[in-house]
Design a protein around this ligand. Structure first.
Ligand code: AMP
Ligand code: MG
Length: 399
C-alpha cells in the first residue's frame, strides 16, 4: 500500500492548519464557542458581605444568653431588601430587617431567620443566641478576585457564561468558527426532495459532513452538487477560497474515469499534500492547500467519508477551532462479536463501545452508512491482522 500513514496525514494537516482567528462576541452569542484566552475574575463576587436568608441583621454578641423565656430584645432600626443599601452603622441593641441577598449593614455580624423571631412593633425578640458570622455570606465567597474562570480552548457552556456574566462581562474573546465550504461531487447525485431517476442516488454525504461540521462548531457554506466535470468543480470551489479555511468535498478521488478531484486540485493551482492514506476505508483521500486554505477531498463511499472525516479532518478542525484537545480518545476494549475478515492493511470498522466492551453491527460495507448511524466508535485494526474472534482485545477510537 502506498500513501502516508494516518498519523502522518493528521500531523501534516495540523502543521499546515491556518491559525485560529480571534474575535470578541457578545456574551449572549457565546454559547458553545471556544474561549481564546484565560479569563480571570477582576473582583470578588458577591461584591459585598450579604445575607443568605430573610430575617434580621444583628450583632451576635447582643443575643448572648437569650432563651425562649428570656429573649434578647433589640430595636428594629430599618429595613433592607436585595438591591438596597443600608448606609448607617448599626450599634449594639439594634437590628435591621434584611432580605436574602441584602448587603450586611455595617456593624452587624449575623442574621437570624425571619421564622425564628417575634416582632412587636419596633421591638424584636430573639429566642436563642447567635454565633459571630452565623447565617452570614462573605464577599468573594463565590469567586475571589484573580481566580481563573475560563481557560483558553475551553468550550463555553451555559454555566460558564453565567460566571462571566456575574463578573459583568458583556462580551468574551473567542476563536472564530472554522469556515468550511462543503460540496458533494457526482453525476449520480440527486438532492433529497427531488424525484429519483434510474441510476441516480440521493446525496446523503452532504448531510453527514455538514452535520458533523456543525456539531463541531464550524460555520458551513453548502455548495450545489458538483457534476463530474473538473472545470466546473474547480470554478465553484475557487469562489470559496477567500472565505473558507477548509474546502471539503466527497467523491471523485479514486482512479475511476470520473474521479475529477485530481484535476480539480491541479486547476485550482493548489499544492497536493497527499493522496492516499494507509487505511481502509477511505484510502484515496486527497489533502491539498491553496494559499492558507486546506482542501480535503474525501472518498464518496459514505462510510469512507465518515471514517476519514473523523480520523483525518476532525483533528484539523479541532485545532482550527482553537480547542485544547486535538487527539481522539482511544480505549482498549474486548470485542463481543467476531469480525470475519482478515485485514491486510490497517482497517477501521464501525462499532458501539461501552465500558470496555465493543459490539459490532452486521453490515460493514463502506457503501453502507445505515449500520454506522448508531455507532460511537471505530475499532482500529492493525495491518496484518487475521479475522477477529469474539473476546479479542482491540483498540477503539471514540467518536
Ligand atoms: P466516488 O468516490 O465518487 O467514486 O463514489 C464512491 C461511491 O460513493 C459511489 O457508489 C457513489 O455513488 C457513492 N457516493 C458518492 N458521493 C455520494 C454522496 N454524496 N452521497 C451518497 N453516496 C455517494
Ligand atoms: Mg464520483
Amino acid at each position: 500500500m502506498e500513501g502516508i500513514t494516518l498519523e502522518q496525514a493528521v500531523e501534516l494537516l495540523l502543521e499546515r492548519s491556518p491559525r485560529p482567528v480571534r474575535e470578541e462576541v457578545p456574551l449572549m452569542e457565546a454559547l458553545g464557542r471556544i474561549a481564546a484566552e484565560d479569563i480571570k475574575a477582576s473582583f470578588d463576587n458577591p461584591p459585598f458581605d450579604r445575607s443568605p436568608l430573610d430575617g434580621y441583621a444583628i450583632i451576635a454578641a447582643d443575643t448572648e444568653g437569650a432563651t425562649a423565656e428570656k429573649p434578647a430584645r433589640l430595636r428594629i432600626v430599618g429595613e433592607e431588601c436585595a438591591g438596597d443599601f443600608f448606609a448607617a452603622k448599626v450599634s449594639s441593641g439594634e437590628a435591621v430587617r434584611i432580605m436574602t441577598g441584602g448587603a450586611m449593614p455595617k456593624g452587624t455580624d449575623a442574621v437570624i431567620r425571619q421564622e425564628d423571631v417575634r416582632a412587636e412593633g419596633e421591638e424584636l425578640l430573639i429566642p436563642y443566641p447567635l454565633r459571630h458570622h452565623e447565617n452570614y455570606c462573605f464577599a468573594g465567597e463565590d469567586i475571589s478576585r484573580g481566580a481563573t474562570l475560563v481557560t483558553a480552548g475551553e468550550e463555553l457552556a451555559a454555566a460558564r457564561l453565567a460566571v462571566l456574566a456575574s463578573q459583568g462581562m458583556a462580551s468574551v474573546p473567542v476563536w472564530r468558527r472554522p469556515r468550511v465550504a462543503v460540496a458533494s461531487t457526482g453525476d449520480e447525485l440527486i438532492m433529497p426532495g427531488q424525484p429519483l431517476s434510474p441510476g441516480k442516488i440521493y446525496n446523503s454525504n452532504l448531510y453527514l459532513v455538514t452535520g458533523r461540521l456543525r456539531e463541531l462548531g464550524c460555520e458551513t457554506e453548502v455548495l450545489d452538487i458538483l457534476p463530474d466535470d473538473p472545470e466546473n468543480g474547480a470554478e465553484k470551489l475557487s469562489q470559496k477560497l477567500a472565505w473558507a479555511d477548509i474546502l471539503m468535498t466527497t467523491g471523485g478521488v479514486s482512479v475511476g474515469k470520473k474521479d475529477i478531484m485530481h484535476e480539480v486540485v491541479r486547476l485550482l493551482g493548489a499544492e497536493r499534500l497527499f493522496w492516499g492514506v494507509q487505511m481502509k476505508p477511505g484510502y484515496p483521500i486527497i489533502g491539498y492547500q491553496k494559499g492558507e486554505t486546506i482542501g480535503l477531498a474525501l472518498s464518496g463511499n459514505p462510510f469512507a467519508a465518515y471514517a476519514t472525516f473523523e480520523l483525518i479532518a476532525r483533528p484539523l478542525l479541532t485545532k482550527l477551532a482553537g480547542r485544547k484537545e486535538t487527539s481522539l480518545r482511544r480505549r482498549r476494549a474486548v470485542l463481543e462479536d467476531a469480525f470475519p475478515k482478515a485485514s491486510k492493511g490497517r482497517r477501521f470498522i464501525r462499532a458501539f463501545y461501552e465500558e470496555g466492551r465493543v459490539r459490532l453491527p452486521e453490515q460493514h460495507s463502506s457503501g453502507s452508512l445505515f449500520s454506522a448511524a448508531g455507532c460511537n466508535a471505530f475499532v482500529d485494526i492493525p495491518p496484518g491482522t487475521g479475522k477477529l474472534e469474539a473476546g479479542a482485545a482491540v483498540e477503539v477510537v471514540l467518536l
